[in-house]
Unconditional design. Structure first.
Length: 175
């Protein structure tokens, strides 16, 4: 059993020595060994050996780690960006009220009452707009520059649109 292990180790050492010699010699087998072949292209001709000295590009020597990878040609000039054409701004038209007088009141903001946060003696209403913005405020605060919170209850909140006299009651809705 010991002799078999010794033969295996000797074979592996010989193989490693031959592999090291082959790697140090550039990977080419000697001329007399059958493993040596010429590289042949698709047309059956021998491919030329690639050598960096065949390039006729002159390069200036660069310090290690100092070469600019992006300095390889003239800068690219981009075409000028076109100037945007101004679009007309829509103008709010006055709405006729029941009395026939015109008012410039904006359309009401659609919000949903989603809860209340209580802490340190104050209550804060949490509202969700159509654009999924979370709006918060206490009684008397102006929210989203459009709604004033009038009263915060347990299951509802009363809000008033700025410029309108009516008060809307928003019931608690869970999502």
């Amino acid at each position: 059993m010991v002799a078999a292990k010794r033969k295996t180790w000797i074979g592996l050492a010989a193989l490693a020595a031959f592999g090291g010699w082959w790697w140090l010699s550039g990977g080419e087998a000697p001329a007399g060994l059958p493993g040596r072949r010429e590289a042949v292209g698709q047309a059956g001709k021998a491919l030329p050996k690639i050598d960096i000295s065949r390039l006729d590009v002159e390069r200036e020597p660069a310090e290690f780690g100092r070469r600019n990878l992006f300095a390889f040609g003239p800068p690219v000039t981009l075409p000028p960006t076109p100037t945007p054409v101004p679009t007309p701004i829509p103008v709010a038209t006055p709405r006729a009220t029941a009395s026939g007088a015109e008012s410039m009141a904006p359309a009401s903001l659609n919000v949903t009452y989603i809860g209340t946060v209580e802490g340190q003696g104050s209550r804060v209403a949490v509202l969700l707009s159509d654009q999924l913005e979370v709006l918060t405020g206490r009684e008397g605060d102006l929210v989203a520059n459009r709604l004033r919170i009038v009263k915060i209850g347990l299951e509802s909140v009363d809000v008033r649109d700025v410029g309108a006299e009516s008060v809307r009651r928003l019931a608690l809705e869970g999502r």
